[in-house]
Design a protein. Structure first.
Lengths: 418, 378, 376
């Protein structure tokens, strides 16, 4: 601010003026440190704990921070509550840039420190908020308790009180170095420290062994007896709604090539031997898929009115797409499975980024199938013919590859693709 | 058609109306997290809403392929974090089916009490957010007040307030302390005193009634077509509750009702959650009466593995039908785990509900769906 | 030159002493010095300072009250750390806002963008000039005070709409349009309620209205016209809450829908101007309510001479402020209890309910006046 930058400049060279400058510094810092208005922002679990902290039990208002501003232009404090994903990162950056300075950021929770539980084997999570915006205080926990958030707030307050006219607030820098390299460097340093420690300790250990103190008792691990738990039988369950035999017969009348998934034959004995607590899982050809589901939906004996989900499975040589059907009226369920061979005509180097199979879309039968099929399209790269709006759902539009395929690779995934 | 942004497909309104687009989210106070909605409007009237998901897609299903089976329970905590404990149960049910493990009686009672407490906690948050999104800041705080008490119980039993990670195939991670039952009893006594107060504060409020009755209509046919479940579907007249229609655990031996309403508007979705809270109290009371002694879990298996095959279990969380689909090839890691999250289907119906309503109503509708975004994106 | 009709200690003192001081000057200069004008100018400056104090003075108290009352309604403590019970919290907030970076987004209309926060604080100060804080403690006792207040209140929405338009943000624009529609509507019933009081009191000056309520506490207009007064008071509460853009009728700000409404794009001091204006407005409206319904600076006498004697010993301004702050508490309880209606419902409430009821009340007021149906 104009005056605030100007006055100390004049006063500082004046003898005794630095006391005035120090005093002004203190007052300004006191105001900044005690009036931190957070931005209403939260993506996942930590946001709920952040909300809890402003609620009656914990009451962040005691610290003067209950003024949660919805507009970043009026906030001072960015509590980064929750995982940051690659798709969210630009938004987070934009929010940070819209906050007028001096501004501060608290990284709340393990995800914003390092990626937390999603650090490894993950393709979409940013490994820590410092990759995106500069962070002042880190609060560990998954999620941290509200008390921990308050502790972070007080730590930030200490940090602000150290600012002065000579060392004013300035925006920090984001971490440019990749996490892996930094970890590797750190582990080298640790190894070196360990080596020195071992060398230094070796003589002491020898001396201790040669001449132990009189009251020394060597440590012996004590094994606590394990509690014995009984083996409990699962309760006997009965089929809900129509029996598997009936359902199978009804379905077979439409699609003659129908078979049961994982079984060689489809005799009555096989149908009887199926576990009763799992839904009937039938395999149908791609041509009869739409016809069968439509029939099952409209037939008064089956009435599969709800498509609970569409699931894809990558079996290395082929895809399975499973339509999970549920009848609200009868209560029975059925999985209609289509086996889709991967398109072999696509050259090897393009396979990872191209659609490898196609299947008729169910969106004409169930409106809800639209989003569910978009998920399968997004994560497996299976084309749904007749889908009105086939776009990526979860991943950004420019994401390369289809993450749930078995051959998908990403720098963060440590395991080699199969 | 072609000049509309992706996702929009309604034809333009005839006449002298100017259309414009409004972007809501991913950071917006009433989208309950990182949900982004693009709204097409004339004036304040909504023509179409297109949800953009994936802002908190954390790739749990891919990551689970490199984890052990029981490690996915930890992942399920972070899906619907308002009732993490119910998600734990959903995953455990599928794993138990696969491994053929039974559950001792005491463990079943612990499960039912804990999940029903979780349901009350989630519905209290719904009540709080519904009031809060409609402008009643005080309601927001009242709802969270009682929820903290549930979290105290959770903390004592599981060691965590939010992400409980408590159930295991065959029972639970540890036994409940001796103080568990007295505390739950004391909490229920307190809740039965305070819930009518909260009911009186908000339910008959003229502004709330005016803003919710007839707003965000979802017919039964639409609810079924969108695959809605839980309170959202039951408010539209779909009488389906996994606890009743496909009972798991000991729900078949308990006496409770499934409230169903038929208008399908925001007010019914609000009322139905109130009734569910009372039903949950009823269930917990029955469980406390019969709470047995005995082992809290069945025999442990050191290296938990499933036989080759695919397994599916559905359970009813506070949001609706939570399904876990596990594919195993006999190895130590699941070949594929898929979660059917109720909020995903419920949110997909937001366009059907919001068409023709006002911007303020969209906030009401979103609050009445009560979505949890990480559960949608996983 | 405006000279007030009623005696005023400060004004009279200045008017008396400026010519006396001028008399000390050389006689040749004296003829050129317009002493009356100078006296008036000095009086104007005194009034401006006084209004500044009266307007901005209560704001920290009000904001502190708001935070504490809201906290206690919500079962929590509110600010506790700075000073005893957090009384210094606001000082920190204001100081921080002063030293925040101020910037305008790239796409705003800069002139209008910065004009709006200046305009927004003008209107409430104009209103404040009309308020009689005590006997003769008033800047100007206009005969048309009530129409003046109605007019100036209408001026207040200009800044909201300007801010909404100039911010180049769709949320702000919606908010500006909403508040425009809302304020124009509620202006009608706000004016009608005040006109009812004018009719009952037989005067449009606030001093006159206060004088008409002198006596015991049942001579206040809220009680004096049985039932009608109370009804009018409730009407005033509803329409003025909407006028003030305060919750539950804050559809323009509507945090959950519009992320802050018209001041979404404002930072630092510009934002705090809106904040400031909101609370000066609140205080002014409470003052108007006090004057029109709660007897202004009159002591709440109960008709027993001994007690009344003691009550009348307390200066009028104390009673006035006590009543005004009571009204503030009522508005705050309002805010933190109810949920917000939708915009169109708010309009329907005004045009379909409040307006007809107000018109009927106006007719009733005529009947009351004509037949003298007042408490003795």
């Amino acid at each position: 601010m104009g005056i605030m930058n100007f006055v100390p400049k004049v006063l500082d060279p004046v003898p005794g003026g630095k006391y005035v400058v120090n005093m002004v510094d203190y007052v300004v810092n006191w105001a900044r440190a005690n009036s931190l208005w957070p931005l209403t922002y939260g993506t996942s679990c930590c946001a709920i704990e952040m909300m809890s902290s402003s609620m009656a039990r914990y009451d962040i208002a005691r610290f003067g921070s209950e003024v949660f501003r919805d507009s970043p232009r009026q906030a001072d404090l960015f509590i980064i509550a929750g995982t940051i994903t690659e798709k969210m990162a630009p938004a987070v950056q934009m929010l940070w840039e819209q906050i007028p300075g001096p501004k501060y950021a608290i990284a709340m929770g393990a995800c914003t420190i390092s990626g937390g539980p999603f650090r490894y084997d993950n393709y979409s999570v940013v490994r820590g908020a410092e990759q995106v915006i500069p962070v002042d205080v880190y609060i560990p926990g998954c999620p941290p308790r509200p008390e921990a958030l308050f502790n972070g707030l007080l730590k930030l307050r200490e940090k602000i009180m150290k600012e002065s006219y000579r060392n004013p607030w300035h925006e920090g820098e984001t971490s440019k170095a990749g996490e892996i390299e930094r970890w590797a460097e750190a582990s080298k340093a640790w190894a070196a420290a360990e080596k020195i420690k071992d060398e230094e300790m070796a003589a002491a250990r020898e001396a201790f062994k040669a001449n132990p103190p009189e009251d020394y008792v060597a440590y012996k691990p004590v094994r606590v007896a394990k509690e014995a738990f009984p083996d409990v039988e699962r309760p006997v369950v009965t089929e809900i709604g129509k029996s598997y035999k009936e359902l199978y017969k009804i379905a077979k009348s439409v699609a003659p090539e129908l078979s049961i998934f994982g079984k060689e034959d489809s005799s009555d004995e096989t149908l009887d031997s199926l576990p009763k607590d799992l839904p009937l899982d039938v395999v149908v050809s791609k041509e009869n898929y739409l016809k069968l589901v439509e029939f099952l939906k409209n037939d008064s004996r089956t009435k599969f009115e709800v498509l609970t989900d569409v699931v894809g499975v990558d079996w290395k040589d082929h895809f399975d797409v499973i339509a999970q059907l549920l009848s609200v009226e009868y209560g029975h369920k059925m999985f209609v499975r289509v086996s889709l061979p991967k398109d072999e005509s696509i050259p090897e180097e393009k396979r990872a980024t191209s659609l490898l199979a196609s299947i008729p879309s169910l969106s004409s039968l169930f409106v809800g199938a639209e989003l569910k099929e978009r998920e399968v399209y997004d994560l497996f790269g299976i084309k749904f013919e007749g889908h009105p709006d086939l776009r990526r759902l979860f991943m950004p539009e420019d994401f390369v590859g289809y993450p749930l395929r078995k051959d998908f690779t990403h720098p963060h995934i440590l395991k080699k693709p199969v | 058609m072609s000049n509309l942004p992706p996702g929009f497909r309604e034809p333009s309104v005839e006449g002298e109306f100017e259309e414009y687009y409004l972007n809501m989210g991913p950071q917006h106070p009433s989208t309950h997290g990182a949900l982004r909605l693009v709204i097409r409007l004339t004036g304040e009237t909504i023509i179409e809403v297109v949800p953009h998901l994936g802002y908190i897609h954390r790739g749990m299903e891919k990551q689970a392929e490199n984890l052990g089976y029981t490690q996915y329970i930890m992942m399920s905590d972070r899906q619907d974090y308002l009732t993490a404990i119910q998600n734990n149960l959903g995953v455990c049910l599928a794993l138990e089916k696969g491994a053929g493990i039974g559950v001792p009686e005491r463990a079943e009672y612990i499960r039912v009490i804990m999940t029903e407490l979780g349901r009350i906690a989630s519905h209290l948050v719904f009540y709080a957010c519904y009031g809060g999104d409609l402008g009643g800041q005080t309601v927001l705080l009242y709802g969270f007040k009682e929820r903290e008490m549930i979290h105290d119980i959770f903390e004592e039993v599981t060691g965590q307030r939010l992400t409980t990670n408590f159930f295991r195939p065959g029972g639970s991670r540890m036994d409940v302390p001796d103080t568990f039952i007295p505390r739950v009893k004391a909490f229920l006594a307190h809740l039965e005193k305070t819930l009518p107060d909260y009911d009186r504060l908000l339910t008959k409020n003229i502004a709330l009634v005016e803003r919710s009755v007839g707003v965000g209509k979802l017919t039964k046919e639409q609810a079924l077509a969108y695959g809605c479940s839980g309170p959202v579907a039951r408010a539209s007249g779909v009488n389906y509750d996994v606890r009743k229609n496909d009972p798991y655990s000991i729900y078949s031996s308990l006496d409770f009702n499934v409230p169903v309403m038929y208008n399908g508007d925001c007010y019914d979705r609000y009322l139905i959650r109130w009734q569910e809270m009372y039903e949950s109290i009823k269930i917990i009371k029955q469980c406390i009466e019969k709470f047995p002694a005995g082992p809290y879990r069945s025999k442990e298996k050191p290296n938990f593995k499933l036989p080759a095959g695919s397994f599916y279990a559905a359970s009813e969380t506070a949001k609706g039908l939570y399904g876990t689909y596990v594919v195993s090839t006999g190895g130590a890691n699941p070949y594929r785990i898929h979660t059917r999250s109720p909020s995903f289907s419920n949110v997909s119906a937001v366009n059907a509900m919001a068409k023709g309503e006002k911007i303020s109503d969209l906030v009401t509708i979103l609050a009445s769906i009560d979505p949890v975004i990480p559960e949608i994106d996983r | 030159m405006y000279t007030p009709s009623n005696p005023n200690i400060v004004g009279d003192f200045v008017r008396e002493w400026v010519p006396n001081l001028v008399a000390y000057l050389p006689a040749t200069v004296q003829g050129y010095i317009p002493s009356a004008e100078i006296a008036a100018l000095i009086n104007v400056v005194i009034c401006m300072v006084a209004m500044g104090v009266a307007g901005i003075g209560p704001v920290p108290v009000l904001i502190y009250m708001e935070r504490k009352i809201c906290a206690h309604i919500q079962c929590r403590l509110g600010p506790m750390r700075l000073g005893p019970h957090g009384v210094l919290q606001l000082a920190a907030d204001i100081m921080k806002l002063l030293f925040k970076e101020v910037y305008a987004p790239k796409s705003v209309q800069t002139f209008l963008y910065y004009l709006a926060p200046i305009l927004v604080v003008t209107a409430p100060f104009l209103n404040l000039c009309m308020i009689p804080f005590g006997k003769n403690l008033q800047v100007a006792d206009l005969d048309i005070a009530i129409p003046f207040i109605i007019a100036v209140n209408g001026f207040g929405i200009l800044s909201t709409m300007l801010a909404g338009w100039a911010s180049n943000n769709k949320y702000s624009l919606i908010s500006g349009m909403r508040s425009g529609a809302q304020l124009i509507s509620y202006e009608v019933s706000f004016a009608l309620v005040l006109l009812l009081i004018v009719m009952l009191a037989g005067s449009a000056s606030l001093g006159g209205i206060t004088e008409s309520q002198s006596g015991n506490f049942w001579d206040w207009w809220i009680f004096k016209a049985p039932v009608l007064g109370l009804l009018a008071f409730v009407m005033f509460l509803i329409s003025s809450t909407a006028e003030l853009n305060r919750a539950p009728f804050d559809v323009a700000e509507a945090e959950q829908e519009l992320t802050g409404g018209h001041h979404t794009e404002y930072t630092g001091m510009a934002f705090s101007m809106f904040y400031l204006a909101e609370y000066i407005n609140l205080f002014t409206t409470c003052c108007v309510a006090t004057v029109c319904f709660l007897g202004g600076y009159n002591a709440p006498c109960i008709g027993i001479a001994a007690v009344d004697g003691i009550l009348n010993m307390v200066p009028g301004i104390v009673w006035f402020l006590a009543k005004a702050f009571f009204m503030v508490v009522v508005y705050m309880m309002f805010r933190w209890t109810f949920v917000r209606p939708r915009t169109d419902l708010l309009m329907a409430l005004e045009w379909k309910f409040l307006l007809p009821v107000n018109l009927i009340m106006l007719v009733l007021g005529f009947v009351f006046v004509a037949f003298g149906l007042f408490l003795p």
